[in-house]
Design a protein around this ligand. Structure first.
Ligand code: ZN
Length: 130
């Protein structure tokens, strides 16, 4: 299965939960067991898995990322968005999740988050179900 999810981001930097969108894409394929590969084809965005129950967790991650990678630094990249490129590499462009019974085999508190680091923009997440 080849699918792409469009994610519209609203801020310069934010995490948007996409767990439900991915599960809907998987369930329409009627695949019970397999592997779901998620890939973000952007250099200033990323994808990660973390707690979805308490929204303060994503706020805390963003707060620390913004401290570790400050906007003002002696960056050489002329586009002016080096912090976004660096955060993208720290978090990463892909995730692999087992699929069982037509659902992502996530832990109780886990959710999948699209990570915007240079928004707002319209973004893509490629989904491959094997
Ligand atoms: Zn750039």
């Amino acid at each position: 299965m080849k699918k792409a999810l469009t994610v519209k981001t609203n801020s310069k930097t934010e995490f948007i939960e996409i767990t439900r969108d991915i599960e809907e894409a998987i369930q329409s394929e009627r695949v019970d067991d397999g592997v779901c590969m998620l890939f973000v084809p952007h250099t200033t965005a990323a994808i990660t898995i973390n707690e979805s129950a308490d929204p303060n967790v994503k706020s805390d991650i963003l707060m620390v990322l913004n401290k570790v990678v400050p906007w003002k630094e002696a960056y050489r990249h002329l586009e002016g968005n080096s912090p976004a490129h660096i955060k993208s590499s720290i978090i990463g462009a892909s995730e692999v999740i087992a699929v069982e019974g037509g659902r992502l085999k996530l832990g109780t508190w886990q959710g999948v988050f699209f990570c915007e680091f240079d928004g707002p923009r319209s973004r893509t997440v490629h989904i491959r179900l094997l």
